[in-house]
Design a protein. Structure first.
Length: 329
């Protein structure tokens, strides 16, 4: 979708969906956001019906359509577009998807409904983080969605996808408008940003490097700890992250994630003065935490390359815990 709200034309041979099959009718599609394999759109298919979990931004739409074409699924057979939360790297393309998927309903946290119906404040918040030029370049025009086509994804809401039950969980901590989706058929969970981020180019055959995402402006460590525990109460064998794809050995990663969230808070609490380079010191502390964790899990990449891959996340995490620190008494 360009700035005038027109769906871009494209030729099939110009678009590669980079469809990643995980089995059980679960796929990841590269959203082509900023760089390859930074953001995933997940697709669940059951009995010829489909649901997307997160949407990427408007420029991600061709990849989503190509994935449907590869799987032989008509756009009218998309029953749900599910948003784990309404940050625009997850939800910016929802309006464009809903225009094309005429039979789909949008599942979104109750706090997100009004923002998807009128995205003005959502865009303002994104501009505050990224700036106006970057916001327009990344997301174009974020299209509104009629409330009549939305379903409030309240805690424990269950929806049916071709006979397959999907369970919504309220999972604040990263954002107050965050949900996770339990696939009752597999027991696997689509966690959005409520669990962690993990990038394949950092991993090796023996381990995956995970890191919390504490982006502005609603990071809150105690609800995040509670959300991690809630997700683990379902004993999932796999989590599907928007950033990026599937992780396993989930129980061990949950323990590491609790420790890393506490480490973020400790780095923030060392900073009493909101001025005098506080943000830079927080970011430096997070970078060292990341490198220490990479060493702990046996990452073979050079430190500079690790920091390059996580550069945007480190910046946003530093902003987020700075905002949280300023909210504390």
């Amino acid at each position: 979708m360009n700035g005038q709200g027109i769906i871009p034309s494209f030729h099939q041979n110009q678009v590669m969906s980079q469809l990643i099959p995980y089995g059980h009718g679960i796929f990841a599609i590269d959203a082509d956001y900023l760089r390859p394999k930074l953001a995933a759109i997940h697709l669940i298919v059951e009995n010829g019906r489909a649901a997307f979990v997160d949407t990427g931004c408007n420029s991600s739409l061709p990849n989503a359509l190509e994935a449907l074409d590869e799987l032989g699924i008509a756009t009218e057979n998309v029953d749900y577009v599910i948003l784990t939360h309404i940050h625009l790297d997850h939800a910016g393309g929802a309006g464009a998807m809903m225009q094309l998927f005429r039979n789909a309903r949008l599942l979104v946290h109750p706090r997100g409904v009004r923002h998807m119906a009128d995205p003005a404040r959502l865009i303002e918040g994104t501009v505050a983080v990224y700036g106006a030029d970057a916001t327009h370049r990344l997301y174009g025009e974020v299209l509104p969605i009629k409330t009549s086509r939305m379903i409030e994804a309240t805690h424990q809401l269950r929806v049916d996808l071709g006979g397959r039950e999907l369970l919504c969980l309220d999972t604040p901590g990263h954002a107050r408008h965050h949900i996770a989706i339990v696939d009752k058929q597999t027991g696997h969970i689509f966690s959005g940003d409520a669990f962690c981020i993990s990038y394949g180019e950092v991993d090796n055959e023996l381990s995956q490097l995970i890191f919390p995402t504490t982006t502005p402006v609603q990071f809150d460590p105690e609800p995040l700890h509670a959300s991690i525990d809630l997700l683990m109460s379902y004993q999932p064998q796999a989590m599907y992250l928007t950033h990026f794809g599937r992780i396993s050995d989930v129980a061990a990663k949950a323990l590491a994630l609790h420790r890393l969230v506490d480490a973020h808070v400790a780095i923030a609490r060392r900073e009493k003065n909101p001025h005098s380079g506080r943000h830079a010191r927080i970011r430096e502390g997070l970078a060292q935490l990341l490198l220490n964790e990479a060493g702990r899990v046996g990452c073979q990449l050079m430190p500079g390359r690790i920091l390059e891959i996580f550069a945007n996340d480190l910046e946003l995490n530093a902003q987020g815990i700075g905002v949280w620190l300023d909210s504390q008494p």
